[in-house]
Design a protein around this ligand. Structure first.
Ligand SMILES: Nc1nc2c(c(=O)[nH]1)N[C@H]1C(S)=C(S)[C@@H](COP(=O)(O)OP(=O)(O)OC[C@H]3O[C@@H](n4cnc5c(=O)[nH]c(N)nc54)[C@H](O)[C@@H]3O)O[C@H]1N2
Ligand SMILES: Nc1nc2c(c(=O)[nH]1)N[C@H]1C(S)=C(S)[C@@H](COP(=O)(O)OP(=O)(O)OC[C@H]3O[C@@H](n4cnc5c(=O)[nH]c(N)nc54)[C@H](O)[C@@H]3O)O[C@H]1N2
Ligand code: SF4
Ligand SMILES: [Mo]
Length: 747
């Protein structure tokens, strides 16, 4: 194949419409499957109820899928016993059935081909597609080593392909949930407390007296039990302090909304430390017992008065003092939330360090109403031989970022662009469950990398943007159509949840577990797949965990007693933290030794030039990233994003609500599509805001195509965190165009 082939294929595939809906949900009643244990009567209709957990986002709420006698999924409801949802799904989880019913789904394997000089996809059988992948992978492995095959993944399918990759001898693996999401907070908290925050976050929100949100927009960010706990905390009279340049839903529920100037949070955090220490509101006993470097910190933050911070953040000194006192009085039942999508300005690990240090001063780590000690149960791996040892992998590729703890997507992408000095050249990708075009900023670099690859396989459920660049597309069935890995998550109490197939896969789609095994066997890796099918693995794992498929089919979620000790610090003992010193490190020798600031420093970030506004983005409660834009149920609730514009800006530019505009960023990148304006006081005048995940390019997404603007396309400038490699994305500026810039061009 030539390199030019990896142009995005816009035209619909050959004969795509011709694939018949094959095995849709036949024989689901009356078969001897373990899935059919529960049948409930409901208004005269009989339902089969199957346990699952949601894949609409990564909170993974446990749920029940209700299937009627015609094999149609009628509804999905939350599992009462599940600590992630307590019986209630968010709007996206309820609408998850749309992932299954969406008629735009990928239906059969597709292979890139050229017809009359035009590139397109042709339908292929599974055998043909899998044989092609195996032969390409074998060829590349022989020539360049297994390490040169990269896996970019997210969500449950990732697990199956990770096993495939490790069996093959490649650890060249990364996911956007690290360098585009949580990475800096995991590094920042590990440096301070010796522990990752992890997911779900061990924030004891239900019992807190004071919750401080730094950007984190819970309520739009719909991570389920967290939203429920925040609502309980509000009912119980907790003080909510929200720091956000936008009047978010959380801000509207807060006692204090600090409308901070974007990018200046570190100054506020340092000033809060100053007040807590100066007014002796910090937890002295805790700091003395567990803190390391408090004296250095005290000396260091002496200069960061609220008056100093006011000049930077635009937050009045009195507000800074008042909010610091509120935290101090609530401590240790106070949480300065670590946030989740925290790749903002490139100094994000340091901002997260500042957040961690504040929690240390408040004595909230290991305390009721602060952070609890989480626990999970390990799901044993089905026995297989040891994986081969790769010569290099994600660690070496990310070696310039000394504290990266997972693969850095953007570094894997860079290593895929030919360069004779590259020690770790990547030649092919498998992309499973991630729409890189929307999830990775700096699309130009991404496209350069894809263009240079020898081979690109995409495994997805939908024809999202990334599929247009593939050589082979494999249609995975949706989470409702497959049995999958046993969910085990960190919570107050360990629990497991199962996902059993509620219906058989529609069209010619297959579960990721099956796809990975088929590829593995074709690559001569049968010894790593020493079972008939994935059901056998689940069966074995559940037995090891002291339960069974039969029991789990009835309960969906099983809780286990804690074994690691109490949820909170025992006041009579001295806890050893996981840091090098065993203490909470206010001063980090590790950072110092690596040449970084041992305590967080505030640095000024670029401001929008004249005529430009900072591009701010976030979540809608009805959508998850780009994955739900075409979902018939969720699209019906919200079909496009809007551009929030302050009335002052609207006046200057003469903009009205619902007017269509286009955007042009600081690098002259112009949005493909238009977006409707929403004039609102809820956004500062120096920024504009939109929900991420819209503006789809692929015409095959009939509902989502061309609706709204893709924020990622506008994020061409990234600010890479030198400590862990995250891509700061909030330093991009846009100007607003009122005339269609594409008037004379077709896109
Ligand atoms: N500009 C910008 N970029 C961002 C963010 C942002 O807010 N703005 N957010 C960042 C964050 S926090 C994160 S975590 C990442 C998320 O990044 P991604 O996980 O890449 O997000 P999605 O865009 O939802 O892409 C998911 C893809 O998986 C497919 N999919 C869904 N279910 C299945 C399944 O069961 N099997 C398979 N094989 N595929 C499936 C969907 O169709 C879709 O193509 O993005 C990051 N990137
Ligand atoms: N409905 C829904 N919920 C989701 C998801 C989803 O796709 N849909 N995705 C999930 C995932 S993977 C993640 S990572 C989380 C992300 O959710 P969060 O971690 O809550 O996201 P953030 O990007 O940190 O926060 C966005 C907020 O930051 C504000 N902000 C922007 N710039 C600044 C600044 O300089 N300072 C301050 N203080 N605030 C600023 C924005 O105005 C916005 O309100 O959401 C999760 N929950
Ligand atoms: S929070 Fe909502 S979308 Fe996410 S797993 Fe739970 S129900 Fe599904
Ligand atoms: Mo994320």
């Amino acid at each position: 194949m030539t390199t030019s082939r990896r142009k995005f294929i816009k035209i619909s595939a050959l004969g795509l419409g011709g694939v018949a809906a094959t095995t849709s949900a036949i024989n689901m009643f009356g078969s001897n499957s373990y899935l059919n244990t529960l049948v409930k009567e409901n208004v005269g209709e009989k339902f089969k109820i199957t346990p699952t957990y949601c894949e609409v986002c990564f909170w993974k709420c446990a749920a029940w899928a209700y299937t009627n006698e015609d094999g149609e999924i009628k509804k999905i409801i939350g599992n009462e016993d599940d600590p992630h949802c307590h019986g209630r799904l968010c709007p996206r989880g309820t609408g998850g059935v749309g992932m299954y019913t969406d008629e735009d789904r990928l239906k059969t394997p597709l292979i890139r081909t050229t017809v009359n000089g035009e590139e397109t996809f042709r339908e292929a059988s599974w055998d043909e597609a899998l044989d092609l992948i195996a032969s390409k992978f074998n060829g590349i492995k022989e020539k360049h080593g297994a390490e040169s095959l990269a896996l970019l993944k997210h969500g449950c399918p990732g697990w199956h392909f990770e096993h495939l990759y490790k069996s093959l001898g490649s650890d060249t693996i990364a996911e956007p949930a690290y360098a585009q999401c949580r990475g800096p907070r995991e590094t920042g908290f590990a440096l301070t407390f010796g522990s990752w925050v992890g997911s779900p976050e061990p924030t004891d929100i239900r019992d807190t007296k004071c919750l401080v949100l730094i950007g984190s927009h819970i309520g739009e960010n719909m991570h389920n039990s967290q939203v429920q706990e925040m609502s309980d905390a509000i009912d119980n009279g907790a003080t909510i302090i929200t720091v956000d340049p936008r009047f978010s839903t959380a801000a509207s529920k807060s006692k204090h909304w600090l409308a901070i100037k974007p990018s200046t949070d570190i100054a506020l955090l340092l000033s809060w430390m100053h007040v807590l220490i100066k007014e002796e509101l910090y937890d002295k006993e805790y700091v003395e017992k567990y803190g390391l470097g408090f004296n250095e910190l005290k000396e260091y933050v002496r200069q960061f008065t609220p008056e100093w911070a006011y000049g930077i953040t635009t937050i009045k000194p009195e507000e800074i003092r008042k909010t610091a006192r509120a935290m101090g009085h609530a401590a240790p039942a106070a949480i300065v939330h670590p946030g989740r999508h925290v790749v903002w300005y490139g100094d994000d690990t340091q901002r997260e360090r500042a957040i961690a240090i504040l929690n240390g001063l408040l004595g909230s780590w290991g305390r009721r109403g602060g952070f609890y000690f989480k626990e999970k149960i390990n799901v044993p791996n089905f026995p297989h031989p040891a994986y081969p040892e790769p010569k290099w992998g994600w660690k070496e590729i990310g070696e310039n970022f000394p504290l990266a703890q997972m693969g850095i997507t953007n570094e894997l992408i860079n290593a895929s662009i030919p360069n004779k000095n590259n020690k770790y050249p990547i030649k092919a990708w498998m992309v499973a469950g991630t729409n890189l075009i929307k999830s990775i900023p700096d699309t130009i670099q991404l496209k350069k990398a894809m263009d240079a690859l020898d081979f690109l396989v995409v495994i997805d459920t939908m024809p999202t943007d990334i599929t247009g660049y593939a050589d082979v597309i494999l249609p995975e069935c949706t989470y409702l159509e497959r049995s999958d890995i046993v969910r085990s998550a960190t919570n107050r109490q360990p629990s497991i949840a199962v996902r059993f197939a509620a219906v058989t896969p529609k069209y010619n789609s297959k579960p990721g577990a099956w796809i990975a095994k088929e590829i593995g066997e074709r690559l001569g890796l049968s010894k790593y797949y020493n079972y008939k099918d994935f059901d056998e693995v689940i069966d074995w794992q559940l037995k090891e965990l002291g339960t069974s498929k039969e029991e789990m089919a009835k309960i969906g979620v099983k809780r286990y007693p804690r074994k690691s000790g109490p949820m909170y610090l025992n006041e009579d003992e001295t806890h050893q933290f996981g840091t090098a010193s065993g203490k909470i490190e206010f001063y980090s020798q590790e950072l110092k030794d690596l040449g970084f600031d041992p305590m967080p420093t505030y640095t000024a970030h670029p401001e929008p030039p004249q005529g430009f506004y900072r591009l701010n983005y976030g979540r809608s409660p009805m959508h998850t990233f780009s994955r739900t834009a075409n979902n018939p149920n969720l699209n019906a609730l919200k079909s496009e994003n809007n551009l929030w514009v302050n009335p002052k800006v609207a006046r200057i530019l003469g903009l009205k609500t619902n007017q269509k505009v286009w955007l042009k960023n600081q690098d002259d990148i112009i949005s493909n599509f238009s977006i409707k304006v929403r004039v609102t006081e809820r956004i500062r005048w120096d920024s504009v805001y939109m929900v991420h995940g819209f503006g789809h390019d692929n015409k095959k997404l009939t509902r989502a195509y061309g609706k709204g603007i893709d924020d990622t396309k506008m994020i061409s400038k990234i600010f890479v965190d030198p400590i862990m490699g995250g891509t700061g994305m909030r330093g991009n500026f846009v100007s607003i165009l009122t005339e269609n810039p594409h008037k004379n061009t077709e896109i």
